[in-house]
Write a protein that binds this ligand. Structure first.
Ligand code: SAM
Ligand code: SF4
Length: 472
């Protein structure tokens, strides 16, 4: 690759400076894939733009987990038709731009070929396991090859990558395992992300050390659909990995997501007790408070097992706060089963939950169950779950008032006309606070904030101490 007059030569093609616009749907894994894609494309002279109308290349990173995310993508894809149909004039040259449109991610993995055939404006589609080949696909598109779909799986035995970051923030997502072997009966992920494969512990430690040393990273979120399965094939484990990462000087905080209760091991519980860097937060999706529903979901644990785990975690780290995912209205869920979920909310005392009405995903076992429930019942149960949780969470959050938390500041914004900075505590709660002076700049600073008021959804504080950008 050579650079001449701001044009980059890749193979036989010249790549002038171009802009890429991306829309990401779904989970953190997708957001991280987007980051990887942008990083690869920067080597082909693409800069990221937030303005779709400026883009030469438009990429959708799709999510198939629930119907809502699906619908959003199809509606946004529909809008790109005018980018191609109407005269889309480049303000610099006055010429019509050749906008390339692509779709990646989970929908593209299972429906890539159909998508490119059906949508005239779509030039190519690519699956979840070929994200790191985006350069080749963009090259193909600019060579004139159109209407192709790349949805192959990476067949190599090992999962080996280097984390790419494109932002200047001290927080980085680091994939440690890909895929999922669990096949919960409602979930499309094993079909869109393939089989579980872990990176080697040594590789992850080197990767994180490099990010800390050379990219200013201080907080790392270890990612995977089921991080608790990490390392199984290599006789390594998440608990072990955490204790190794703990040793990296300059790394301040460690998080991981998402966990499956079945695979939480004693060494992970011990890591929560022994690690000084592991955050005081655990996201542990339970999905339902009914054992019969959990069985139909193929979750492989009981409510009792789940509650025992919470107790172990809270004993290991008394500061630990726990969040969860709940699905309302799983096929044929009875009123009694639904009530059991409401009771679980009481017993578990989650700090927050992500809750969803069940949505049938094609190809999953749950989508083939004959089902007596309808949207109205699902909607009502979801509202009941959310209302109950908000009351619980309001009480828990009130307990924060008067306490001081260390916060990593992420951004500033206007709240009812007042400038406020926002960051996260170790326990993953968002905290808003006003600057000491209008000029104070806390971007990516560590600050200590005393909580002065809290509701179920918002926590306000006042700054006690500004510790600056680097915390040792
Ligand atoms: N791996 C995680 C786990 O084991 O719980 C979750 C990953 S999934 C992408 C994120 C959440 O989406 C799930 O925890 C579940 O609550 C929700 N979800 C997945 N499939 C769903 C479906 N068919 N309908 C409604 N919610 C669903
Ligand atoms: Fe989906 Fe279950 Fe795998 Fe989570 S563990 S990604 S819910 S199949």
């Amino acid at each position: 690759m050579t650079t001449e007059n701001s044009t980059v030569k890749v193979g036989d093609l010249e790549f002038p400076p171009r802009k890429v616009w991306m829309k990401t749907y779904g989970c953190q894994m997708n957001y991280h894939d987007t980051e990887r894609i942008l990083s690869h494309l920067s080597g082909m002279n693409f800069t990221h733009t937030e303005e779709k109308s400026e883009a030469d290349l438009v990429i959708f990173n799709t999510c198939a987990v629930r119907d809502l995310a699906n619908q959003k993508f199809y509606s946004h894809l529909g809008e790109t038709k005018k980018l191609k149909d109407n005269a889309n004039i480049d303000p610099d040259t006055g010429l019509k731009k050749n906008v390339i449109v692509a779709a990646g991610g989970c929908i593209a993995q299972t429906e890539g070929k159909e998508l490119v055939q059906k949508y005239k404006q779509l030039d190519f589609a690519f699956g979840t396991d070929v994200v790191d080949n985006i350069g080749e696909m963009v090259y193909r598109a600019y060579s004139g090859d159109k209407k192709f779909a790349v949805t192959s799986w990476d067949r190599s035995e090992n999962y080996s990558i280097e984390t790419k970051i494109t932002h200047g923030s001290p927080m980085a997502f680091v994939n440690i395992i890909k895929g999922c072997d669990k096949f919960c009966s409602y979930c499309i992920v094993p079909f869109t992300r393939g089989r579980e494969k872990s990176r080697r512990l040594e590789e992850v430690v080197k990767d994180v050390s490099r990010l800390v040393e050379h990219s200013g990273v201080q907080e790392v979120m270890l990612l995977g659909q089921n991080v608790n399965s990490y390392g199984k094939d290599n006789e390594e484990s998440l608990g072990q990995l955490i204790m190794e990462l703990e040793k990296i000087p300059g790394l301040v905080r460690l998080r991981y997501t998402t966990s499956h209760p079945y695979d939480v091991t004693d060494d992970l519980v011990a890591a929560h007790a022994n690690s000084k860097k592991l955050a005081n937060h655990l996201h542990l999706p339970v999905q339902s408070g009914s054992n019969t529903v959990l069985q139909r979901m193929l979750r492989e644990y009981t409510v009792e097992h789940y509650l025992t785990l919470l107790q172990k975690m809270r004993t290991a780290n008394p500061e630990m706060i726990i969040s969860s995912d709940i699905i309302a209205g799983f096929p044929n869920e009875t009123e009694e089963e639904h009530q059991a979920t409401l009771k679980l909310l009481e017993d578990a005392q989650f700090d927050f939950i992500y809750s969803y009405a069940f949505s049938a995903r094609k190809g999953t076992k749950a989508s083939k169950m004959s089902d007596v429930l309808n949207d109205e019942i699902r909607g009502r149960r979801l509202r009941e779950i959310q209302d109950k949780q908000l009351k619980i969470q309001e009480k828990i959050r009130q307990g924060m008032v008067g306490k001081t938390y260390r916060v990593l500041v992420e951004e500033k914004g206007l709240n009812k006309g007042v400038t406020k900075w926002t960051g996260r505590t170790s326990c993953y709660r968002l905290v808003h606070f006003e600057p000491e002076t209008p000029e104070s700049d806390y971007q990516w600073h560590w600050v200590d904030v005393e909580i002065i008021s809290a509701t179920a959804l918002s926590t306000q504080g006042k700054i006690v101490r500004d510790l600056g950008k680097k915390l040792q």
